[in-house]
Design a protein around this ligand. Structure first.
Ligand SMILES: CCCCC/C=C\C/C=C\C/C=C\C/C=C\C/C=C\CCCCC(=O)SCCNC(=O)CCNC(=O)[C@H](O)C(C)(C)COP(=O)(O)OP(=O)(O)OC[C@H]1O[C@@H](n2cnc3c(N)ncnc32)[C@H](O)[C@@H]1OP(=O)(O)O
Ligand code: FAD
Length: 670
């Protein structure tokens, strides 16, 4: 072995200590052995060329160079995907999470094509008729056209009904006229729109026969396919530097009476006939929001994957890093030996598992609801909307907090961009806002919960994810505390039920004392967000536990043990985090809390020897991790020094600014 690929001795020791079969855990997280093998095959094909390697790390480039480099690499990756990967996966897997994840080897930040595959293509699939799909989809999948998703405007993001862009039908020419009547109606934020896209999905208020029918989706060509010039009547550009997403060319877009053919309205759920007659086909008023529901579902898996990356970096680094001394004169311990460090990191491993298993479960729920909707049944959509809203909100918010915790766990070196932790944070913190802000989405779930509570109150049997509400009306008093996993989950469900009940009581009391329903709701929103968070927490705890029991039925003993330790750590951690709620809604005592704390500390000790094995089981290749601190071989200090050589500031021993500014300053007299 050369020193370049020699594994750091501490990390090698950690791997020797690991007592479970790492591959077995990888298979569970990937959803089965076949999926793992296919993922590895895709990674081998896509990453073997080493095309991702930048001579100069992208953080040293100017805005223009960074963008150009991102396009260059996007094209390389797209060609690999088109020519080699899709042969393995089939065209239907274009845009699959595996391709998205493999893409991370090419970009530290984000590809300008992300929104094309992440939202433009899904909007064609979800919102167009079969005939329209036949027109647009092959061209989009083949990258003959490149699209963005332009919904948000300068003045409105959350409140979609408030969007101002208009699409007015002209039966004379059978065209829609797109117009941006005000500065606030300019589209703002769409990824890939600023410089890259030649088409986009535009969300606009539909007017026909003098009447507004609310927001609808349109496919709009914005640039010439040969020259890439914006078409007459289109004003488009990049919105400027932001906290992250700096290679995604987020854009602005305005229209000046810009005409598109009638058939460019996405007509799956509503149509405008040649004469201008509006026909609504949809059985549910919000089906035009379907692309957002799809992306919210996928974001739970995104949260898990990005957190898995961060904690892989932080745990490997913590095994390599030695600091301080436990006893005078003793050898410096690995920082992973500090219980406080384990407290920071093991919850991140458990959370990545919890979100991954919840994401798969949510995806199955999503596809089942889609299948029902194909048959004309939209009854399960409200529950899916409530679930995808709160799970998107909580998973992105927790992942953000824990990625930052991983950075803290890496001390000063975690602050280096080359650790990749700042990039991960900047990318994931945006997910808390986009595709529906955290608070706004939890309030959507709260609407569903209040309705479910009212149904349960009237004796109706409610859907499985809120079935605990039926129990709430049949049991009296506080939930009996029970330290088993099922017992902890039951108590969390009681907390959620108790909080929803308090919200309903507050709303009713406010109405009784003279407020109208809107004000009573508004005044209760702080509690409603809290109740929706409690509900979502109980869903995650329940799903994580159920899935671990189901998926480890045939596992080896040691895998069963370590995955059980992790899920118990998760349940115990959240019980300790929420002792106030537990004291309020269950019979838990001071003594029970002491026992929980001891149980938690014992779990840290038990998990410690397997910590590196657990992050290895995420099986994230070095090319994808892109971190000086987190590589498989643990050559942390060597990589930090190698990275310094790439710093353009170190190219010459003396910087020109010395002669230009510093020296004159040093020579000048006071
Ligand atoms: C080179 C190659 C690169 C490699 C790439 C490879 C592959 C890539 C492939 C995949 C990518 C994978 C993942 C993607 C990852 C990252 C994506 C990256 C970037 C994404 C960028 C983000 C894009 C965006 O942000 S787009 C804009 C999103 N905007 C929003 O989310 C707005 C939020 N607001 C709303 O959703 C709504 O306005 C609202 C807040 C819900 C309120 O709506 P409103 O109409 O006012 O409704 P109201 O409150 O009155 O409610 C009425 C009623 O309707 C119910 N309702 C509301 N919404 C829905 C819904 N969606 N579905 C069903 N029902 C809904 C609501 O509950 C009410 O019901 P009720 O009356 O209570 O019964
Ligand atoms: C990196 C990034 C990429 C994006 N990409 C795209 C894209 O490709 N296409 C696209 O169309 N959009 C995109 N967006 C826009 C994104 O979807 C919106 O920013 C997001 O939906 C939030 O809307 P907003 O910015 O209008 O926030 P606002 O709604 O103005 O929110 C501001 C604050 O007000 C609060 N608030 C708002 N309404 C309520 C309410 N009813 N009750 C209580 N509190 C409320 C929010 O909680 C928040 O704290 C992107 C945004 C980012 C940051």
């Amino acid at each position: 072995m050369t020193s370049k690929n020699k594994i750091n001795e501490d990390l090698a020791n950690e791997r020797r200590k690991c007592n479970f079969n790492i591959e077995e855990v990888t298979y569970i997280l990937d959803g089965g052995k076949e999926k793992t093998l296919q993922r590895k095959k895709i990674e081998d094909v896509a990453l073997n060329g080493g095309a991702s390697v930048d001579d100069i790390p992208e953080e040293y480039l100017s805005a223009r160079e960074r963008y150009e480099n991102a396009i260059r690499k996007s094209c390389i990756y797209t060609n690999i995907v088109k020519n080699e990967v899709l042969e393995i996966t089939g065209i239907e897997n274009y845009g699959s999470p595996v391709l998205r994840r493999t893409g991370d080897a090419f970009f530290k930040d984000i590809s300008p094509f992300m929104l094309h595959l992440g939202m433009f293509v899904p909007s064609i699939i979800g919102q167009c008729t079969a005939e329209q799909q036949a027109t647009w989809l092959p061209r989009a999948l083949d990258m003959k056209i490149i699209g963005a998703y332009a919904q948000t405007e300068l003045g409105h993001g959350t409140f979609i009904r408030g969007l101002e862009t208009t699409a007015t039908y002209d039966p004379e020419t059978e065209e829609f006229v797109l117009h941006s009547p005000t500065i606030t109606s300019y589209k703002w934020w769409a990824g890939g729109l600023g410089r890259t896209a030649n088409h986009c999905t535009v969300v606009a208020q539909l007017y026909t026969q003098g009447k507004c029918h609310g927001t609808h989706l349109f496919i709009v060509q914005i640039r010439d396919l040969e020259t890439h010039m914006p078409l007459p009547g289109v004003k488009v550009g990049e919105i400027g530097p932001r906290m992250g997403f700096n290679t995604a060319d987020n854009g602005f877009l305005g229209f000046n009476n810009y005409r598109i053919p009638r058939m460019n309205m996405m007509m799956k759920n509503a149509q405008v006939l040649k004469d201008g007659t509006y026909v609504k086909a949809a059985r549910h008023g919000k089906l035009t929001y379907g692309t957002m529901v799809f992306v919210r579902v996928t974001l739970v898996g995104e949260a898990s994957f990005n957190l898995a990356k961060a904690v892989t970096i932080a745990v490997r680094y913590s095994a390599v890093r030695r600091q301080s001394e436990l006893r005078p004169g003793s050898i410096e311990p690995q920082i992973l030996d500090y219980p406080t460090q384990q407290h920071k990191l093991f919850i991140c491993i458990a959370t990545a598992h919890a979100f991954q298993l919840t994401a798969s479960w949510l995806w199955n729920t999503f596809t089942a609801v889609q299948a029902e909707m194909k048959k004309g049944n939209v009854d399960t959509l409200p529950e899916l909307h409530a679930l995808s809203s709160c799970l998107k909100a909580l998973s992105t918010s927790d992942a953000t907090a824990y990625i930052e915790q991983c950075r803290f766990a890496c001390g000063g070196h975690g602050y280096m961009l080359s650790s990749n932790l700042p990039f991960l944070y900047a990318f994931v913190v945006a997910t808390r806002t986009y595709e529906g802000d955290y608070t706004v989405l939890l309030l959507q779930t709260a609407r569903f919960l209040v309705k479910a509570w009212e149904q349960a109150e009237s004796g109706k049997v409610v859907t499985p994810t809120v079935a605990y509400l039926n129990r709430h009306f049949t049991t009296n008093g506080k939930m009996i505390w029970d330290n088993s996993p099922e017992g902890i989950i039951r108590v969390f469900q009681s907390v959620a039920a108790g909080k929803i009940s308090l919200c309903v009581r507050s709303i009713r009391n406010r109405i009784t004392s003279g407020m109208d329903h809107e004000d009573a709701w508004l005044m209760t929103t702080v509690q409603l967000v809290n109740a929706a968070e409690a509900h979502c927490r109980s869903v995650i705890l329940h799903t994580y536990w159920n899935e671990i029991v189901r998926l480890t039925k045939h596992s080896s003993d040691n895998v069963k043990t370590v995955l059980n330790q992790l899920v118990m750590l998760y349940l115990t951690y959240w019980a300790l985090e929420r002792t106030g709620d537990l004291l309020r809604y269950s019979t838990i005592s001071e003594n029970d809390i002491d026992l929980l704390q001891r149980q938690y500390e014992e779990l840290l000790v038990k998990i410690r020897p397997n910590a590196v094995g657990l992050v290895d089981a995420f099986d994230i290749r070095d090319e994808i991790l892109q971190s000086t601190l987190g590589s498989y071989d643990g050559r942390v200090y060597e990589r930090l020094m190698e990275e310094v050589q790439k710093n353009p500031l170190n190219k010459e021993p003396v910087d020109p600014s010395f002669h230009k500014y510093l020296k004159p300053l040093m020579k000048s007299k006071i």
